[in-house]
Write a protein that binds this ligand. Structure first.
Ligand code: SF4
Length: 336
């Protein structure tokens, strides 16, 4: 008998795409076949995003479509994974099309959940009960999962994304990340560097260190604290790695000078800062619960240019469309 074929669709940000790639490789190793399209699949997984209302609406409309597909193919298993799975949990499981719901922290269990759903044709759910509870360092299942299935980015040869932290401790009013990915939890530098070395051995030359507020990366072990600047330097020293990048930075002073110095000291650390301002209006920034002013953001850019005159700066901005009603609350958009 042929092994079940899995079709995965990604509806989200870079973190979401990274999870999709990890899940795809893990399921292949667990004996599932990748399906190139829905029509060839026994199992369809939708990796969801909650950051934009629009992204959730797209998923719900897609589930509506899958409900009709399932009317013709009742054995098709539909799984919802990612942020929306964590946010809506049982509510999603009640959807007629959905067989399986799995939160971002439970992806290492996904192969087993699919097997159980296929065997019993019933509904399965695995999400984190108390999402704001600090993650215990003793639970390294996500770390091991990342280490085992991290690989080069399928789209751009020679490059890979490496997650250095999960969750977020900021509570920007428009963003759902703190509620679906939990509090900030940093991976140990040892685990990160082991993954980078493994990737370099597989031919990866450019590594992008990934975190929702990557500049606040901080790992304490005994008397030693490793910050993002240390991590950038150590990553740049891994044999075979030619370029190191990091996204996304929050406009904060924390470790800022150290990070700029690390960039100046190593030609391998790309002179690129992805630091979303979100708005140029202090009133809107305050409404967004962003902890800086427009002037402070510009000051940070000036500081960066003083150390690295050729630095490139990128980020999201909310641009008011013509006719925008200023009394409206700010809408949802990208995190960072
Ligand atoms: S927008 Fe970024 S900093 Fe703000 S809560 Fe979301 S992930 Fe955290």
């Amino acid at each position: 008998m042929k092994s079940p074929a899995v079709f995965i669709e990604s509806f989200g940000c870079q973190m979401n795409k990274l999870d999709t790639a990890l899940v795809g490789r893990a399921l292949e190793e667990a004996g599932f076949r990748p399906a190139a399209r829905l029509t060839e699949a026994d199992v369809v997984l939708i990796n969801t995003c909650s950051v934009r209302q629009h992204a959730e609406d797209r998923v719900l409309s897609h589930l509506g479509h899958l409900k009709h597909v399932k009317a013709q193919r009742p054995n098709l298993i539909v799984g919802v994974i990612g942020c929306m799975a964590q946010r809506l949990g049982d509510q999603l499981l009640e959807h007629e099309a959905v067989n399986l719901v799995c939160g971002p922290a439970q992806i290492p269990q996904l192969a087993e959940l699919i097997r159980q759903t296929l065997a019993h044709q019933d509904k399965q759910a695995a999400v984190t009960e108390k999402i704001r509870q600090p993650v215990s360092r003793a639970d390294d299942s996500l770390d091991r999962f990342e280490l085992a299935y991290g690989a080069g980015d399928g789209q751009i040869p020679g490059q890979a994304f490496v997650r250095v932290m999960r969750g977020c401790n900021y509570f920007c009013t428009y963003c759902v990340v703190p509620y679906v990915r939990g509090p900030e939890a940093c991976r140990s530098p040892e685990a990160i560097l082991e993954q980078v070395r493994k990737l370099a051995q597989k031919g990866v030359r450019q590594v992008t260190l990934l975190g929702q507020t990557v500049n606040s990366y901080q790992y304490r072990s005994g008397a030693k604290t490793t910050c993002l600047a240390d991590l950038l330097e150590a990553t740049a020293q891994v044999g075979g790695i030619e370029w190191v990048r990091f996204v996304t930075s929050y406009p904060a002073d924390e470790f800022y000078a150290e990070i700029l110095q690390a960039m100046a000291a190593s030609p391998k650390i790309c002179r690129y800062l992805h630091m979303p301002a979100q708005s140029g209006s202090d009133r809107i920034l305050q409404a967004m619960n962003r902890h800086y002013t427009a002037a402070h953001y510009l000051e940070l850019i000036e500081k960066a240019r003083a150390v690295l005159p050729d630095i490139a700066v990128a980020g999201d901005q909310v641009l008011a469309p013509p006719g925008y009603d200023r009394r409206q609350a700010p809408g949802r958009h990208d995190s960072g």
